[in-house]
Write a protein that binds this ligand. Structure first.
Ligand code: SF4
Length: 653
């Protein structure tokens, strides 16, 4: 019997309309865990470097994390993996909500889509019954609207629906997949779903998921729940509110936006407004949020309520969490009312809340600087906010200038030319990032920005404080109950970290320490992505309830795979390297691993070179960022080494 996982994937060939229930090899789970780990293996085996995002051979995988569907608190992530049209690399984007556990209860670990449907369809999965159904009546419908219509049509109010909006149907490179209380937004994975002709996947499951040692497993779950309560009752002093408590950044709960609005950049990530926040704005924004927020919402089996349902005047209710609260507002130099109103439309259209506002602000900057002209924006209204609504409509329909902008800032700039590239200035690996521009190089963030393959900094950072605490006594207090560290040396690194002087940034933490810190952070995120755990109760946070010391127990008691810290670390390294191998095979190299040029005003090229050289060596990668033959073999990835040699990526000697 398989534990935690069901042991079956659904393989759907959309070209032929063929549906298969395929038993999976438990040895793969031992080697790569579930979720992202086994997704990376499938992508390696079946999606070669000649395949493009919109090729029929590209796969679109909806994977339920290994522990989803068990009682593990906060474990509900669906890991969607495919080739991104924007980065042209293997991409993985996570969504919370309820989809992944429901899929497990229907009896499947993954839904793997290949080929392309000639007509728009949706998939209906109810336990053993799986159907490809006509979705022509849903063409052009919003993502939430689609979910409502399908639940009604199927008479299944409890079904979970992952759907695309108009942006996905029209293959906008930053189209998202929306799902009730969450979305998988990054990398344009919604465009791949649209390209495959799939409007939605509807799932309803009524089966059980078994765990190997129920009593021991529940005991671990209870400890996590108690610790969550403790952490919420005892916020960490001296850090920003989103890190003091647990959960995905609790944007829908808080009113004080001084920190974000004065530290993050406005417009096309250009302008810092250091004196923006005042009493009048605070009162206005508080009223907007209080009158529009109807209730706080949680994902499956989580007490933290990070999201909220919002009801803007005259518009259908929608759900929001996290930083999208501010991205549209800040891109348009507007107010919260505008941001929450346009976000409702954007959610129905299904676009990424980081990319879409920046793309529109980028377009206006090109217009202001004469690179685009009024002729490109014929019919655009004059009002500031109206211009954003107008552009959003053009983008998701790929009409006029919207067709160019729909490819994201990198590809749009390349098409527009005439110096437009300089304005696409906030990308990593061709993908728009959070609008942040800072002063002095931060070595930890430098490495995360360069080498992260999640293409989203909030999905890489966590565990180690973002900045030193000013007084040693505060640091001593912080490390006292810091039992989550994989090694006590991290406590010392933090204790000795000063705001000024010899032990301050950018030369402290030292290069070696920085490598160890970044590796720890990354490891925890990759574990979450295989198990299906939300980063809001794990890797994103300081002192989280899940950590390297209790995760092996969850795997042992949950999945019945004997696990310890060393074995887990080795497994994570294996599939993390396999993710990289997929992208190396697609041409990713050191030249692609850079933060946005102007992310920090003060850059230090020789230190940056040393950081990257040392980190590559630390990870077992050569100077070009390619995993070496020796490190691949040590991880049991001999087949990768062989293919790299065959393709001339590595030399045999
Ligand atoms: S922490 Fe927040 S985002 Fe994460 S599972 Fe819980 S409610 Fe969802």
């Amino acid at each position: 019997m398989r534990y935690a996982e069901t042991g079956f994937n659904l393989e759907i060939d959309l070209t032929r309309g063929n549906i298969e229930r395929v038993a999976t090899d438990p040895k793969d789970t031992e080697q790569y865990l579930g979720g992202l780990g086994t997704n990376a293996k499938i992508m390696w085996d079946r999606v070669g470097p000649e395949v493009e995002a919109f090729s029929p051979e590209n796969l679109l995988i909806f994977a339920s994390g290994m522990l989803c569907g068990t009682p593990a608190t906060g474990c509900n992530r669906t890991i969607v993996t495919t080739l991104s049209p924007q980065t042209k690399l293997m991409h993985f984007s996570m969504m919370g909500g309820f989809f992944a556990p429901e899929l497990k209860y229907a009896g499947y670990d993954k839904v793997i889509l290949r080929g392309k449907s000639p007509d728009l369809v949706y998939l209906w999965i109810k336990d053993d019954t799986v159907e490809i159904r006509d979705a022509s009546h849903l063409k052009g419908k919003g993502s939430n609207e689609t979910a409502v219509l399908l639940r009604e049509e199927l008479n299944e109010p409890k079904a979970q629906v992952a759907a695309i909006g108009l942006a996905g149907e029209n293959r906008v490179f930053f189209a998202s997949i929306e799902q009730g209380r969450s979305s998988a937004s990054r990398g344009g994975i919604g465009a791949v779903m649209g390209d495959k002709g799939v409007k939605a996947i509807v799932v309803r499951g009524t089966k059980d998921v078994h765990v190997a040692k129920p009593a021991e497993f529940i005991e671990e779950c209870n400890q996590v729940q108690e610790y969550i309560k403790f952490r919420q009752d005892n916020p960490i002093p001296g850090v920003i509110p989103i890190l003091a408590f647990l959960g995905s950044p609790q944007e829908m709960m808080i009113h004080d936006e001084k920190w974000h609005t004065e530290n993050f950049s406005w417009g096309n990530s250009r302008v810092r407004r250091r004196d923006f926040w005042n009493e009048e704005i605070a009162a206005d924004w508080e009223e907007t949020l209080d009158t529009s927020r109807t209730r706080m919402l949680s994902c499956y089996n989580c007490p933290l309520k990070c999201g909220a349902s919002l009801n803007m005047p005259g518009l259908p209710t929608y759900m929001m969490k996290c930083f999208t609260k501010l991205t549209y507002t800040m891109a348009a130099f507007s107010n919260l009312d505008f941001g929450l109103t346009i976000a409702q439309k954007a959610t129905e259209y299904g676009v990424d809340g980081y990319s879409a506002p920046q793309v529109m602000a980028f377009a206006l900057e090109l217009l202001e600087n004469g690179i685009l002209t009024d002729a490109d924006f014929e019919g655009m209204p004059e009002g500031n906010e109206e211009r954003f609504f107008w552009m959003l409509d053009r983008i998701v329909r790929r009409e006029g200038i919207g067709d160019v902008l729909a490819d994201g800032t990198h590809w749009a700039a390349e098409k527009i030319g005439n110096g437009a590239e300089e304005y696409a200035h906030n990308n990593i690996k061709k993908h728009e990032q959070l609008p942040l521009k800072l002063g002095m190089l931060n070595p930890i963030y430098f490495l995360m920005y360069c080498t992260g393959e999640k293409i989203n900094i909030t999905q890489i950072e966590g565990q180690f404080p973002q900045a030193p605490f000013p007084k040693r006594e505060h640091r001593e207090k912080f490390v006292k109950d810091w039992f989550q560290v994989p090694d006590d040396k991290f406590k010392q690194y933090f204790l000795d970290w000063e705001l000024r002087g010899e032990n301050s940034m950018p030369y402290y933490p030292t290069v070696q320490m920085t490598c160890e810190i970044v590796d720890w952070m990354e490891k925890m995120h990759y574990i979450d992505d295989a198990l299906g755990m939300c980063a809001g109760v794990s890797s994103f946070h300081l002192k989280p309830p899940y950590h390297i010391h209790n995760y092996p127990k969850f795997i042992t008691y949950g999945a019945g795979i004997e696990m310890d810290e060393e074995k887990l670390t080795h497994a994570v390294k294996r599939y993390r390297t396999l993710v990289r191998a997929n992208n190396i095979r697609r041409g990713m190299r050191r030249k692609d691993e850079q933060p946005p040029k102007d992310h920090w005003k003060k850059r230090i090229p020789e230190l940056e070179k040393e950081l990257l050289d040392t980190y590559y060596a630390f990870k077992g990668w050569n100077e070009d960022g390619i995993p070496t033959k020796e490190s691949l073999k040590e991880l049991g990835l001999d087949y990768v080494a062989e293919e790299f040699i065959d393709r001339g990526i590595l030399k045999d000697a």
